[in-house]
Design a binder for this molecule. Sequence first.
Ligand code: ZN
Length: 163
Amino acid sequence: MRRVLLTNHVLSGALIGAVARRPGPAFAVGVASHFALDAVPHWGDWGSKRRFLQVAVPDGLISLAVMGAVAALSPAERRPAVVAGMAGAALPDIDKPTKLLFGWSPWPRVVDEFHQRIQPEASGRAHIELLAAAGFAAALSVLRRPAAGPDSAGPARWRDRRG
Ligand SMILES: [Zn+2]
C-alpha cells in the first residue's frame, strides 16, 4: 500500500505530453516518469487499510476528473500527446485497483517488486504531494497558453481601444 498520489502522476504525464507533442514518446516518457516520481520521497506508509482508502479513493476519482479536464482543455493539436503522456504515467498503478478489488496484479512479479522497492515513503509528507500537484498544475497552465505569433493580440487590442 505505497504510492505517489495518482493525481500527481497524471499531472506530470500531461506536462510531458504537452512538451513532447508526439503521442509515442509522450507515452514512453510518461511510463518512465511514473517510476522516477515513485523514487522521489513521497507520501505513503498509511497505518491502516481504511486510512489508505480514505486517500486512495478520492485520489483515484480526482485523477480521472483531471484526465478528462486536461484532455478537454488541451489545444487540439497537443491533445493526443497529452492524453498519451497521462495514460503512460498512470498505467503502472493500474495494479492498485486490481489488487484491491481482485487481489491480482496484471504486472509480472519482477515489475511489482521493482515498483515497491524504489519507493522511499514515510507518513507526514502530504505537503510534498500538494506542492508537487500545485507545481505541475502551474506548469501546465503556462504550457496551455497559445504561442505568441506575429499577429498576436497585442497591437490589435490597441487599435480596438483607439477605434
Ligand atoms: Zn507507482
